[in-house]
Design a protein around this ligand. Structure first.
Ligand code: NAP
Length: 254
């Protein structure tokens, strides 16, 4: 363990669970002040309590990241509490509609499609919109956006999710190219299937089918993804910008 993030302030969306929680805990353990942003205040507060019990510094903020005004308010609250912002993980996400595109029910699934885009794609746009000026004002830093292997390859039964996650990769490239010269590096991570609460509703047969798609023979853990995110947010990744970094046990290698 190091104190490589001491003096830095970080914002993590979806920080109450899974990958976001592992990143929030990891950043705090290495010295950062961490804002845990999530839909439910109580869930975010539980992670803050855990961080504080381990000697770290954190703040719980409730926000629906599919709403620009709530993201703007969250960034402002972080800057107000800690005096600036240096690091961010735009990570909140949901599963969304499954099945073949032409079979989706118009009334239900168009609404589900819009909701998925709001949480998985527009949220990243809103996040960067308000984080980037704050990070520049603080003297520079880094952003990581959580995409997916489905931001690199397609899943026939998850067209909406695949679309949103490819969009995250695209906006990461464009924004990274736009702001690196002002000291903001922006990269995306592309996890294979990770054993988090997002997959908890899957029947065992479906879970086992997912495992079989990973040559490494298992799903990933939130901590394995967090290790990569912490690296990308750190000075060790100082020449990485606009990159799409895969962490998938070989899923996209075959
Ligand atoms: P998770 O354990 O379900 O955590 C996601 C968190 O985001 C939850 O706390 C959730 O709150 C919160 N959230 C949902 N909608 C939100 C909103 N509108 N505003 C603010 N917070 C919201 O999921 P995870 O597996 O860690 O996933 C994190 C990210 O990784 C997502 O972007 C996901 O697409 C991506 N990813 C996951 C996998 C995987 O296999 N798990 C693979 C590749 C990429 P609630 O619990 O209250 O809904």
């Amino acid at each position: 363990m190091t104190d490589q993030f001491t003096g830095k302030t970080a914002l993590v969306t979806g920080g109450a669970s899974g990958i976001g929680k592992a990143v929030a805990v990891g950043l705090a353990a290495e010295g950062a002040n961490v804002a845990v942003v999530d839909l439910r205040q109580d869930a975010a507060q539980r992670v803050v309590d855990e961080i504080e019990a381990a000697g770290g510094t954190a703040l719980a903020l409730a926000a629906d990241v599919s709403k620009a005004a709530e993201v703007k308010a969250a960034v402002a609250a972080v800057v107000g509490s800690y005096g600036g912002l240096h690091l961010a993980l735009n990570n909140a996400g949901i599963g969304g509609p499954q099945g073949l595109l032409a079979d989706y029910d118009d009334s239900d699934d168009f609404a589900a499609y819009q909701a998925l885009m709001g949480v998985n794609l527009h949220s990243v746009y809103y996040g960067m919109r308000y984080e980037i000026p704050a990070i520049i004002a603080a003297g520079g830093g880094a952003i990581v956006n959580t995409s997916s292997i489905l931001g690199l390859v397609g899943e026939p039964t998850a067209v909406p999710y695949t679309t949103a996650k490819h969009g995250v990769a695209g906006m990461t490239k464009a924004a990274g190219a736009a702001y690196a010269s002002q000291g903001v590096r922006i990269n995306s991570v592309h996890p294979g299937y990770i054993d988090t609460p997002l997959l908890s509703a899957l029947p065992k047969a479906a879970f086992d089918a997912l495992v079989s798609k990973h040559p490494i023979g298992r799903l990933g853990t939130a901590e394995e993804v967090a290790n990569l995110v912490l690296f990308l947010l750190s000075e060790k990744a100082s020449f990485m910008n606009g990159s799409q970094v895969t962490i998938d046990g070989g899923y996209t290698a075959v």
